[in-house]
Design a protein around this ligand. Structure first.
Ligand code: IMP
Ligand code: MG
Length: 186
């Protein structure tokens, strides 16, 4: 391992690249069946879901369109406050559309329940949620997650799109950050 390797900052690997690939392929097949004839809009929640989104959509063999939304939740970097703000809105109207919202991780559930409310108010016909990771132990609000690739314990994870202070998104797997990293920087 070289000096600057991101692996130095990890406690352990939680989900390998191979496990992710299998789960994303399986989910793509399921979504292909369930969205048959719906011409869905896949909405990527930036930036965390970007890696999962681009992998997942290539496993879906259907006509679909894509759109992107960026949300910020105020608060410290390893906790969410529940206050949500739209930083980048969708480019297209979703009135009457069947929507799949693609997220990296559902933690408290506050971000997605806010997004779901906004999309329903704009007249989406149906809204389903696909997440790479689900941390059900941390839920603060009831939220139906339609598709989750992995249920994980209450640990702070990075990689495959997920960040800590904007770093580690480029790791090809999901790992648990060494607590040293966020205690040092506080
Ligand atoms: P929620 O509103 O609490 O469900 O927050 C979800 C957002 O918090 C995700 O989209 C992530 O950006 C961030 N988040 C929650 N847990 C983690 C984690 O373990 N690692 C990295 N980001 C996380
Ligand atoms: Mg996110």
């Amino acid at each position: 391992m070289h000096e600057q390797s991101l692996l130095n900052d990890l406690d352990h690997v939680l989900i390998t690249a191979e496990e992710i690939d299998l789960a994303v392929t399986r989910l793509g097949k399921e979504i292909t069946k369930e969205f048959m004839n719906l011409n869905p809009v896949f909405i990527c929640i930036l930036k965390g879901a970007s890696v999962f989104f681009t992998d997942l959509m290539r496993k879906v063999d259907l006509p679909l369109t894509t759109d992107f939304m960026a949300i910020s939740s105020y608060g410290s970097s390893t906790k969410t406050s529940g206050v949500v703000r739209i930083l980048k809105d969708l480019d297209h109207d979703i009135l009457g559309k069947d929507v799949l919202v693609v997220e990296d991780i559902v933690d408290s559930g506050l971000t997605l329940s806010y997004i779901k409310k906004v999309l329903f108010e704009r007249g989406a016909r149906s809204i389903r949620i696909a997440t790479l990771l689900d941390k059900p132990a941390r839920r603060k609000i009831e939220l139906e997650v339609d598709y989750a690739c992995f249920t994980i314990p209450n640990e702070f994870v990075v990689g495959y799109g997920l960040d800590y202070q904007e770093k580690y998104r480029n790791l090809p797997f999901v790992g648990v950050l060494h607590p040293r990293i966020y205690t040092e920087e506080e």
